[in-house]
Each structure stands twice: as structure tokens, then as C-alpha cells.
Write a protein that binds this ligand. Structure first.
Ligand SMILES: [Zn+2]
Length: 337
């Protein structure tokens, strides 16, 4: 096995960005040989997945994952070495998961009550163990290293319990969950006028901020995945004097993507993968979560595998030319093997 080499070419290429932050931080320079001995082949140039959920209820159907399947999803992701991280961490290249595991993001659309429900238990108000968040909490209690975070794309009803609206957003905000703006009335933005697009986005951004002033609202979740005719309005616009700015827009389907430092990263228009079963016989569920899990089982060399060190991008040396310098967080360096 070749000795791990630290490639400094990348640092030279991004010296301008690094200089602004006081120069390169020396890293723990991950011991690749040790990882390889443990049968871990880091590939931080591989692909990652954002898994998209809508309703989580008793019966499985279009846009509903059954409670049983949601539990099964988490168990399967965990067993296959996927670990939850926050959307912003993934999209800013702050990937801190154990060596040999793959970061994953959960993304919930429409802010329905079945995602986050409070129930009375005696004189206490507790998270319903059968809502999506309650199920995540229970899984996390048993598997702390799976992670407990997700991104919730909000509509005005904000989980449908008016009395608990603020309490819910506070809970999510203080427990490391994140929010996305899913517009006011969920229209396909591709069919709306420029003014209507801005009204939809600005009004919802303002609404979220009014309930949770500390929330970061810089992700637009496109209803039905529909991109407005004037694409710039996904990111910047205003309505009645309220200005909004989004750094990312989320699509509905249907593929994994390369990390921010890879030249094939999709940029600010981010694909997700719907949580659904796959039947290879009739092709139903193709490009859903179960399909892609199977794909990565068959093509493990395409999957992102962490080296356990957030300050390095560790991958086979031949992948180094695929780096795109602008998106490498400062202090992070490529380690090829
Ligand atoms: Zn939706």
C-alpha cells in the first residue's frame, strides 16, 4: 500500500481564500493506511443523499411513508452506515461523521401535524411518539450515533396545532433542526407571475421569522419542484418592502449529488430523493430512497465515505483533479491515497 500523501497543490490554489482566515490550519492528517487496514476506504469525493419525506402515518401511499416503513428506513440507513447531519453542514462542507460512515440529510415537506405533534400525557405536553419527530427521537435514544436532526420545510400552518406553533419552532430551533421556506400557498412557481413568486416567498419568510426570530431562513423548498420562470427570484426578491435571500432551492427529485468541493456539485439548486420503496419488477419507486440504497450497495465506490476528519477531503489520489477550489472550506485539505 502506498504511503498516504498530503497534496498541497490544492492549498496553493486556494491560498487567497485561506489567507483571509489566517492561513491553513494544520490538520490531524488522517492516517489512511490505518483506515485501509480496518477495511475503511474513505471517499469524500463520493455522492450523498438528502431524503425527502412528506406525511408519516399508518398507511403507506403516495406522499405518505407508513410509520412502519419510516422506522425501517432509519434502521436500514443506520445499519448501512448512513448518519444524519444538518442540511447547512452538508451544503457548507462541514462534514463531521465517524470514519467509514456516510452523511445523510432528512428533509420534511409541508409541516403537517403527523410530522410534529404534541399530545397530553397526564399534566404534561409531550411529543407524540407516533409522529415523525417522536419516531426519530425514539430511534435516536437507542442509536445516539445516528444523529437527531432534520430540515422542515414550512407552510403557514406550521404543523397544525396553533397553540403549539411557537413551542414547536422553539423546540426545533434549540435542538439543532433547521427550517426551509415552502411558500404560503404551495403553488407551482413555474406558473406564477414574478410578483406572485415574490409574494409567496417573502410572505412565508416573514411569517417564519415572526414566530422564530432566531431561525435562519435561507432555503427555499420549491412546491412540486417547480422552478419559477425567473430563476433569480428563488434567491432574491421582495414583496411590500420585505426582502428575502435564499442560498439554496430544493427540488423534489430524484438523485444523489456530489459534495460542494466536487466539480459536478449541482450548486444552489439541490436535488433530493423521495423516501419510497422500489419494485425492480415493475419499476415503481425507481429513483426513490430504496432504489438508491440498492444502487450504492452495488456501486460502493460512488458513495461518500468519511475518513472521520472534518478538516480533510480524503479520497483516491486520481480524484484530486475533480476538486473545485472555490467551495473548499478554509483549512480543509485534500489527502489522496
Ligand atoms: Zn410540498
Amino acid at each position: 500500500m502506498r504511503v498516504a500523501r498530503i497534496l498541497f497543490a490544492l492549498l496553493a490554489a486556494s491560498s487567497v481564500a485561506l489567507a483571509g482566515c489566517g492561513g491553513a490550519r494544520t490538520t490531524g492528517a488522517v492516517d489512511v493506511n490505518k483506515l485501509l487496514e480496518q477495511k475503511i476506504k474513505p471517499n469524500e469525493m463520493g455522492m450523498v443523499m438528502i431524503i425527502e419525506y412528506h406525511r408519516v402515518e399508518d398507511e403507506e401511499s403516495d406522499y405518505t411513508r407508513s410509520i412502519e416503513n419510516f422506522k425501517k428506513d432509519m434502521a436500514t440507513f443506520y445499519e448501512k452506515g448512513y448518519r444524519l447531519i444538518a442540511f447547512h453542514d452538508l451544503l457548507k462542507g462541514r462534514i463531521d461523521v465517524p470514519a467509514g460512515t456516510t452523511p445523510m440529510v432528512f428533509s420534511f415537506d409541508d409541516s403537517t401535524q403527523c410530522q410534529f405533534n404534541y399530545v397530553k400525557k397526564g399534566d404534561k405536553t409531550v411529543i407524540d411518539p407516533n409522529c415523525a419527530l417522536g419516531l426519530m427521537q425514539a430511534f435516536y435514544d437507542q442509536h445516539k450515533d445516528f444523529g437527531y436532526t432534520a430540515q422542515f420545510n414550512l407552510l403557514p400552518q406550521m404543523f397544525d396545532q396553533e397553540d403549539y406553533k411557537k413551542k414547536k419552532l422553539d423546540y426545533l430551533q434549540t435542538n439543532g433542526f433547521e427550517f426551509g421556506n415552502h411558500t404560503v400557498s404551495h403553488p407551482s412557481l413555474g406558473r406564477q407571475s414574478d410578483e406572485a413568486v415574490q409574494e409567496e416567498i417573502a410572505t412565508m419568510a416573514k411569517d417564519i421569522k415572526s414566530v422564530e426570530p432566531k431561525a435562519t431562513v435561507d432555503v427555499l423548498c420549491l412546491p412540486n419542484g417547480s422552478v419559477p420562470k425567473n430563476q433569480a427570484l428563488m434567491y432574491d426578491g421582495s414583496f411590500e418592502g420585505y426582502k428575502y435571500h435564499n442560498n439554496w432551492a430544493l427540488l423534489v427529485g430524484s438523485n444523489p449529488f456530489y459534495p460542494v468541493w466536487h466539480y459536478r456539485n449541482p450548486g444552489t439548486l439541490v436535488p433530493r430523493i423521495q423516501a419510497m420503496d422500489y419494485d425492480p419488477e415493475d419499476g415503481s419507486g425507481a429513483e426513490g430512497s430504496v432504489y438508491w440504497l440498492r444502487y450504492f450497495d452495488r456501486h460502493p465506490e460512488l458513495r461518500f465515505v468519511s475518513d472521520g476528519d472534518p478538516t480533510t477531503i480524503c479520497a483516491p489520489s486520481y480524484m484530486e483533479p475533480r476538486l473545485t477550489g472555490d467551495n473548499i472550506p478554509s483549512g480543509v485539505q485534500f489527502v489522496g491515497y
